[in-house]
Design a binder for this molecule. Sequence first.
Ligand code: CP3
Length: 344
Amino acid sequence: MKTQDKLILRALAGETLPVPPAWMMRQAGRYLPEYMATRAQAGDFLSLCYNPDLATEVTLQPIRRFGFDAAILFADILLVPQALGADLWFVTGEGPRLSTIQNLDDFGKLGPAADIHETLNPIYQTLRNLRESLPPETALIGFAGAPWTVATYMIAGRGTPDQAPAHALMQNDVAVFDALMDRITEATIIYLSAQIDAGAEVVKLFDSWAGSLKGEAFAKYALAPAKRIIKALKEKHPDTPVIAFPREAGDNYIGFAKATGADCVALDNSVTPEWGAANVQVDGCVQGNLASRHMVTGGQELVDATKRTVDAFREGPYIFNLGHGITPDADPANVELMLKTVRG
Ligand code: CP3
C-alpha cells in the first residue's frame, strides 16, 4: 500500500470518503487491561513514555484490538517542559506536577530549545519502531501540546480548572510570559520536526485550554503560535498534514484552519456536529466530536449519537474521533460498538 492511500491522509488531503477513518484520543490508556499490565511492567507512566519498546507496545494495543485507522504516538505533552529542564512527576489519581515558573529567575533556569533532543530521543525511537511494526494501512500520528496549554502547566505546576495562574502571569509580567511562550514555541517546532523525521505521518497540536483565551488573547496566544509552528513545519515538511485542536474555542473555531495553515481542525463536543459542519468543515477537513461519556454509557444512545455525528459530517472531508480523550472508566465493548456503527 502506498502511504498516500491511507484513509486518514486522504481525508486530510481534502477527500470526502464514504466511510470516515476513525481513531480516538487517549486510545492507548487506562480503560484497556493490557495497558495497565504494560504500565505496571514499566513501573510508572513516565517510565513507560521513555521506554521505546513498551511505548511501542501500548501504542499498538488499541490498533490490534480495534483496528483503528491511525495510531497516536504514546507520550505526553508535558515531556517538552521536562526536556526544557522543568521537574515533572505524576501523582497517581491526581495528575501531573511540575516545578513552577513565576518570574524571570524561574524562567532563567530553563535550557535552550535546541537541547530538548537529549531527553526526547527515546520518543523518536518509539516512532521509528512504530513505522516498522504498524499495519500498512494504519497512519502514524505524532503530537505536541500547543504553547498556551503547555505554559498553563509550566506556570501553575499542575492542571488548573480556569488556568488562573497563567492568566495572572500574562497580566502581571507579560515579558516573562511572552518569553516562556516563545521558548515553548521554538521547542515545539524542533520536537515536531524531529517526530516527522522519525516517521510521524501527521502531527497534532493539542491546545486543550484554548477555550480560556478570549478575544485578543486568543489571537495572540492560540492562533499566532499555531500559525508560527505550522509555517515552520511546512517549510521543512510541506507534505506532512497538521491537525490543530484549539479545544473549546467556540466561535474561534471558525476560520482557524485558514488563519493558521492547519490541514484539519479537531472539534470538541461543546459544539454540535451540525454547527461544526456548517461553520468549520466548509473550510476543509474536520475531526471529532462524539462525547467521550458514550464510551462509558454505551447502548442505543451511543449508536444514535455516533450516527448523528457521522451523518452531520458526511458531505465533506472528515475523521471520526471523540470530542476529548476516552476516560479510564470506559468499556472497551462500547468502543467496538462505536466503531461498528461508524463503519456500518
Ligand atoms: O493515546 C493517546 O492519546 C496518546 C498519548 C497521550 C497521552 N497524553 C497519554 C497519557 C496524549 C496525546 C496526551 C496528551 C495530553 N497530555 C494532553 C492534551 C490532550 C488532553 O487530554 O487535553 C494533556 C493536557 C496532557 C497532560 C496530562 N497527561 C494530564 C493532565 C494527565 C493526567 C490526567 C489523566 O488523564 O490522568 C496526563 C496523564 C496521561 N497522559 C495518561 C495517559 C495515558 C494517564 C497516565 C496513567 O497511565 O496513569
